[in-house]
Ligand binder design. Structure first.
Ligand SMILES: Nc1ncnc2c1ncn2[C@@H]1O[C@H](COP(=O)(O)OP(=O)(O)OP(=O)(O)O)[C@@H](O)[C@H]1O
Length: 249
């Protein structure tokens, strides 16, 4: 049985590296139970188990997600998309009413932080890929998160945009003390921006250490095993135990 026991440090940038099918997205999605581990548990602050619905709701509200393909609503403006980050704070009835001034201010501030205040009223399908991803980051920021989970956040971008977006994501998280866990395919970006690298292969952690200490041999261990297309078949059932830092409040 592949074990994936991991404790995430508050306020740090942790990057999951590994070949296709290694289990990066699965592990990331376990961290807010979008994927349920077969066995084991996900704990916040070492104690609050996400098995409790109340804790899970609270944890998801304070966990921003950034996706490879943005998951924006194309015909909505940037502002309207960012306001969706506030939905978890309201009841169903409140969320179908027009947004409050408070939420609009939070959303506009988030757009300002990603340098897109001037695009607030532009439909996102008229924005470039890099800008769309920045709207995705602003939506995550509007959640006022303690934790951001970013699944291949720059995989759809050209190298220059990827670098800029990764820099932005790391910077806004550091400035606000947000814990960032990202899966990446670009080793250079990972080593540049991460505090810690977690290397996965076959659904197991094969490397865990400071980004500054990663050697070519470590990268061989992460990437040099079974060819990527054979790995998914080889994965046994998993046991995942993940500890996440708690919210600041
Ligand atoms: N620990 C695990 N135990 C069992 N199955 C797993 C485990 N991790 C991942 N899998 C399965 O392996 C497959 C590939 O995993 P996943 O998509 O997470 O890999 P990835 O590293 O994100 O790949 P890519 O880089 O191509 O997105 C999925 O079908 C997933 O359900």
């Amino acid at each position: 049985m592949a074990r994936t026991d991991l404790s995430i440090e508050r306020g740090k940038v942790t990057v999951l590296l590994g070949p296709s099918g290694a289990g990066k997205s699965t592990l990331l999605r376990c961290m807010n139970l979008l994927v349920k581990p077969t066995t084991g548990s996900v704990r916040v602050d070492g104690t609050a188990s996400l098995d409790s619905r109340r804790e899970l709701r609270r944890h998801r509200r304070r966990t921003g997600m950034v996706f490879q393909h943005h998951q924006l609503i194309p015909r909505f403006s940037a502002l309207r998309n960012v306001l969706l980050g506030r939905v978890g704070y309201h009841s169903f009835w409140q969320s179908i009413l027009p947004s409050s001034r408070g939420d609009q201010r939070i959303a506009l501030e988030a757009l300002e932080r990603v340098g897109l205040l001037d695009k607030a009223l532009t439909r996102v399908d008229n924005l470039s890929g890099g800008m769309q991803q920045r709207v995705g980051i602003a939506r995550a920021l509007a959640q006022q998160p303690d934790l951001i989970l970013a699944d291949e956040p720059v995989a759809s971008l050209d190298p220059n945009s990827a670098r800029r977006v990764m820099e932005l994501l790391r910077r806004v998280c550091q400035e606000s003390g947000i814990t960032l866990v990202a899966s990446l395919h670009q080793v250079d970006l990972a080593l540049e921006h991460a505090d810690r690298i977690v290397g996965l292969a076959h659904g197991e952690i094969v490397y865990d250490g400071p980004a500054a200490g990663v050697t070519d041999e470590d990268l061989l261990v992460i990437y040099g095993g079974v060819p990527a297309d054979e790995q998914a078949d080889a994965l046994p059932l998993s046991a995942q135990t993940v500890s996440l830092p708690t919210s600041a409040d």
